[in-house]
Design a binder for this molecule. Structure first.
Ligand code: PMP
Length: 376
């Protein structure tokens, strides 16, 4: 008997990525429209290769050129010095919670960790499986600010100092790079890399999961100073050894090829917009206007002290928690989606990465004011 096969139909996808909503989700997040359109154009046939990037061998010349271009774009946009390697790995940013201690302890048994929110909390818990963790936190541990330098008690024997530049869930961001002198500084910039210029030479390791400012999920980018590579103990898994990943050009196994390609397009877009200075200007414009709207209202509240407020993720509460559901649902009707706060903190959260247009934030503010007028 002939079996009925469900065939995929060729669809006219001219308008399928209509982008009619502003997505305020924390990640995976909005990608620049121009990038999505470009990827769609190249989707079935990349530069005459007769196939999609998704279908290519990672070892073929075509993909090798894509990979090299992405790295070159990264180096150019972030002005990454020669003595740093750029690795494109899997396992998400969370994999680095283990890879950092496994590769950087180098015979030492202690590391300093700033605890400023949920992600640094997860990182230091994981590090605790491998070494003694010296925690630097504010006395009340409120996760609403960053400890000021005069309160730090850094361990003189620490192999490295670790901090989460931007705490995506509680919306707390370091106002500047902590000064830790010669101890290697490690930072999780998952939700802030590419949002402003950065002096890479201040760091031992910078890592970022791709799914916010870099591209689709499935990849973590690790920028690591050369001299910190090659000190992992022999017994650790090969996939977790920076030296093995570096020696194999991040292709010890099959890499996340499509995410790698998309990151290259996003970086090209960043360059075309005017680079990281332009990203910073846009980011300030977005977050300044939203914080201002929140501060001018008695109906909405953001609990973070102004100096430590995140430029990327703005959590806020409504005067009455019972209105949360109505707020999110009516916002959705206005094309403003994924505004619900993280399950661990409740309330609302507006994540505004590089691809969020200013009009999206203006639309959110207008909606918030109207919601306050009718529910306040
Ligand atoms: N660190 C930060 C600051 C994050 O925001 C996230 C994800 N939201 C992670 C780490 C974990 O990333 P992943 O899911 O890629 O492991």
């Amino acid at each position: 008997m002939k079996q009925k096969v469900n065939t995929l139909k060729a669809v006219d996808c001219k308008e399928s990525h209509s982008g009619l909503v502003y997505n305020f989700g924390a990640g995976p997040a909005m990608l620049p429209r121009e990038v999505m359109q470009h990827a769609r154009m190249e989707f079935l046939d990349w530069h005459g290769a007769g196939m999609s990037v998704m279908e290519m061998s990672h070892r073929g010349d075509d993909f090798m050129s894509i990979a090299a271009q992405t790295e070159a774009n990264f180096r150019e946009v972030l002005a990454i010095p020669e003595n740093y390697k750029v690795l494109f790995l899997q396992g998400g940013a969370s994999s680095q919670f283990a890879m950092v201690p496994l590769n950087l302890l180098a015979g030492k048994n202690t590391a300093d960790y700033f605890h400023t929110g949920i992600w640094s909390g997860k990182a230091l818990k994981e590090a605790g499986r491998f070494c003694k963790v010296n925690v630097i936190a504010n006395e009340n541990n409120s996760m609403l600010s960053v400890p000021e330098a005069e309160t730090w008690s850094l361990d003189p024997d620490a192999a490295y100092v670790y901090y989460t530049d931007n705490e995506t869930i509680n919306g707390v961001q370091f106002p500047n790079i902590p000064d830790v002198e010669d101890v290697p500084l490690v930072t999780d910039m998952t939700s802030s890399l590419l949002s402003r210029p950065l002096d890479v030479s201040r760091f031992g390791v910078i890592f970022a999961g791709a799914q916010k400012n870099i591209g689709p999920s499935g990849m973590v980018v690790v920028i690591v100073r050369e001299d910190l590579i090659g000190h992992a103990p022999k017994h650790i898994p090969s996939m977790y050894d920076y030296a093995i990943q570096d020696k194999n050009g991040s292709m010890y196994n099959t890499p996340p090829t499509y995410s790698w390609y998309m990151a290259g397009l996003v970086l090209k877009w960043v360059k075309e917009q005017g680079g990281l200075q332009a990203m910073e200007r846009m980011s300030h414009a977005r977050s300044d206007s939203l914080y201002q709207a929140i501060d001018e209202s008695d109906f909405y509240n953001n609990p973070v002290a102004a100096r430590y407020r995140s430029m990327m993720n703005v959590p806020f509460t409504l005067i009455d928690d019972s209105l949360n559901e109505k707020f999110a649902s009516e916002a959705k009707d206005h094309g403003l989606v994924t505004l619900e706060g993280h399950r661990s903190v409740g309330g609302m959260r507006a994540s505004m990465y590089n691809a969020m247009p200013e009009e999206g934030v203006d639309a959110l503010i207008t909606f918030m004011q109207e919601f306050e007028r009718t529910n306040g």
